[in-house]
Design a protein around this ligand. Sequence first.
Ligand SMILES: *Cc1c(COP(=O)(O)O)cnc(C)c1O
Length: 376
Amino acid sequence: MTHTVIPTIMQVPQLDLKRQDQALRGEILDALDRLSGDASFILGESVQQFERDFAAYAEAKHCVAVNSGTSALHLALLAAGVGPGDEVVTTANTFIATAEVITYTGAKPIFVDIDPNTGNIDPAAVERAITPRTRAIIPVHLYGRPADLDPLLALAARNGLALIEDACQAHGARYRGRRVGALGFAGAFSFYPTKNLSAWGEGGALVTNDDRVAALARSLRTHGESRRYLHDRVGYNYRMEAFQGAVLRTKLRHLPEWTARRREIGGVYRKMLQDTAVELPADDPRNECVYHQFAIYVEDRDRVRSELESQGVGTAIYYPVALHRQSAYVGLGYGPGSLPATERACERVLCLPVFPELTDAEVDHVARSLLSVVAR
Ligand SMILES: *Cc1c(COP(=O)(O)O)cnc(C)c1O
C-alpha cells in the first residue's frame, strides 16, 4: 500500500497572542487570586504597585496608569494646556489615536513628513511647520524604533513647546542610552493586547518626570477630583481597573526577556535580508529598537504579501493609509502627494512576524520564504 505524502507547509502567524497567554496563565491567575477578596476593583493597591514598577522600568519619576494609550496621550496634551486655536505637529505615519487626541482638545493636527530611512517624523519638517500657534510636538516611536528626539527637544525648548512622546509601541526602547517615554514633557504607553506589554484588555500609562504634570494627570483621570467628591476641574473617567494592574505587574517581570527575544529575531532578519531587494529601516546603533513590528519595504508589496501567505507566512500592513489621507482627516486639506515619503512608506511597507514566542525554525522559514518571493 502506498501513501500519498502531502508536504505540510509551516504556518507562521503574523501574531499569536495565545502562546504568551498559555505560558503565563497560571502565574497571572495566581496574582488575580491574591487580589480577589479585597473588593477594590478600580485603581487601588495593585495599580499603585504597577505604577511604581513601570515608572522604574521606564526610568521615569512618575507613572499614571489609565484605561488606554489614547487616554494617556489625551491627558498629556491637556496637562500641556493644549486647546482650541492651538496647533500640534505630528506624523501621519501612525495609528489614528496619535491625531485623534489632538482633535479631542480642539487643537489642529499638523501633519509633517517622515524621514524615509526610519519611518519616524523628520525633525527638519517639524521645524518648518512651527507657527506662533504651535503648542506641542508628538513624535511616535514607530514599530518600537526611537524617533530622533535630540533635535526635537532642542526645537521644543527654543519655541516653548511640549514634547509628548507617543511610546505606545516602544516599551523599553532606548534613545542614546535612555528609556523613551519621559525624555520630554510626558509620554504615553499602550497596553492594548497586541503591544509589547499588554493587559487582559485595554490599558495605558502616562509617564513624566514633572510632579505638576503627574498630579494634573491623576486628577483628570478621576473626574478632576482633588479629594473625594471635590472637583477642581472637569475631568474624565480614565481609570485603570485593579485586575489589570495585577496582570500588567506580573507580565512586566517578563518584558526584559521578551524584548531581548524580539531584538534577537530582529537581528536574525536583518542579517538574512541585508543586501537583498528587501529594504530595511535604518537602525541607529546608538539607540535600542524593541521591534514592536519588524517592518520591511518592498516594491510590488501586495504580490509579495499574497505569495508569502501561500507559503504559510502571515504579514500585516501598518499602515495602509496615512492619517492625512484618511476620510476622517480629509477636511484638513492635505492632498495626495503632500507627504511623499509617508505615502511611499504606506505603499511599500510590510510587517513580518516578530513576536517573542516564535521559534528559530519559524523565523528562518519567514526570511527564506521572503527571499524566494522577492527574488522572483
Ligand atoms: C496602540 C497605539 C495607540 C493607542 O493605544 P490604545 O491603548 O489602543 O488606546 C496610540 N498610538 C500608537 C502609535 C499606537 O500604536
